[in-house]
Design a binder for this molecule. Sequence first.
Ligand code: ZN
Length: 126
Amino acid sequence: MKQIYVCEKCGAQFDTWQEANACEENHVSAFEVSPEWNPDLTWNWGCAFPDEVIVRSREYNWRTEKYEYKYFKYKSAGALTKKRVAELEAERERLEAEAEAAYQKRVAELKTDEKRKAEPEQEAVG
Ligand SMILES: [Zn+2]
């Protein structure tokens, strides 16, 4: 038997807790976009789409017990092709269908469990 450590953010596996922890700390999970750092940025319909956006990540550091912020500048690589948009849409639909199927399966399982509990116990007789 082998003990492995899994990064809870990306699923990567490591031999040591330190490595897994370092991987987790490397990820950026929460982020925000603020007009404060993007004065030219407007979210109104019809406005030009920004070429650059500054986003801020926010991670909780359990050692210092404080939130840590990092700033990233993202540049637009231009509009996506219709083909790429169609691929992204198809992937989103696939994931939604998958989630819905898992949900329906779980609902069916719960109903079966309830039915089993409601039925009189006959196993001891036979
Ligand atoms: Zn990771």
